[in-house]
Write a protein of this length. Structure first.
Length: 295
């Protein structure tokens, strides 16, 4: 068993509350994630520990922002966001006590190599529904990647809101580098000081996640650097509907990417929907979405 005192210099607050730590599961934004058991109820949980120390002076601010977002999103009763059971803060650290999941999407991709298109559809829809609930709350995730998608009983749950940004009712743009580089939209990396639409940036990251899950690798051309995509292999192994959706999400022009609602209405996800799921402007751009793949 891992004792809290072995992890840091924090007082054993959670142990006093009946939590017994077992193994380290991995790392989240700003902290480490441990497996634990709540002894009074015998419930298995995961605990994200964010230490507050001089090496990370913004940690407490980040923790409070993340917990505030969790509290707001929980009110929406989304079934596709990771469930936080308890939020605990003391002088030395913040703790997010979360439901225990079986693993994450990254682990699954590593095990299977790549998803069959039909097998990927269900978890992808779960991810989209989780993102929809966030976008409806004016919250952009800003770090969508397989490691931040948790799996339990074949259901997928979007997790880790440490990089998320909440916009006001009027404002529709933010600036600054957030998230994981290889999943970040080009407008974030090429001109981070310029305002960009974080919801559209989430869609690009979602497209990278889909490409990685379906092919087993990133779509970037090795000679051109990141954000110049080669989608030829993807096109050769998936249906035209799936290819159309993923390539639209990976459009280098953020204004031409579909919204999360349009994605959920796309015929690859909802085949009974009317054929015209994208605007004419978006559909017209699809023919130019090779992004250098056939040059």
């Amino acid at each position: 068993m891992i004792m809290l005192s072995e992890m840091s210099d924090t007082p054993c607050l959670l142990q006093d509350m009946g939590y017994q730590f077992t193994t380290k599961l991995g790392e989240g934004t700003g902290g480490e994630v441990y497996s634990a058991k709540h002894l009074p109820t015998a419930r298995e949980v995961a605990v994200k520990v964010i230490p507050f120390d001089d090496r990370n002076p913004k940690a407490k601010i980040t923790f409070r922002k993340e917990t505030n977002l969790h509290e707001q999103l929980l009110k929406r009763n989304s079934k596709f966001l990771a469930n936080v059971i308890e939020i605990i803060e003391c002088n030395e650290a913040g703790y997010l006590v979360m439901e225990k999941y079986e693993g994450d999407l990254f682990d699954t991709i590593m095990q299977v190599g790549k998803f069959d298109e039909e097998a990927f559809r269900a978890p992808f829809v779960d991810i989209c529904r989780g993102l929809k609930s966030m976008h409806e709350a004016k919250v952009a995730h800003m770090d969508i990647k397989p490691e931040n998608v948790l799996i339990k009983r074949k259901k997928a749950y979007l997790a880790d809101f440490g990089n998320s940004v909440q916009l006001g009712k009027v404002a529709g743009a933010t600036c600054g580098v957030r998230g994981t580089r290889r999943y970040s939209a080009p407008e974030i990396m090429t001109a981070p000081a310029e305002p960009y639409n974080p919801f559209s940036a989430d869609i690009f990251s979602l497209g990278i996640l889909a490409h990685v899950a379906l092919t087993g690798y990133f779509p970037y051309l090795p000679d051109a650097g990141e954000h110049v995509c080669d989608l030829q292999y993807l096109e050769s192994i998936v249906s035209s509907e799936c290819y159309q959706l993923v390539s639209a999400m990976l459009n280098s022009n953020p204004g031409l990417r579909p919204t999360i609602n349009q994605i959920l209405q796309h015929k690859w996800i909802a085949p009974k929907q009317p054929k015209q799921t994208f605007s004419r402007r978006v559909r017209r751009s699809i023919s130019s979405l090779r992004m250098g793949s056939k040059k």
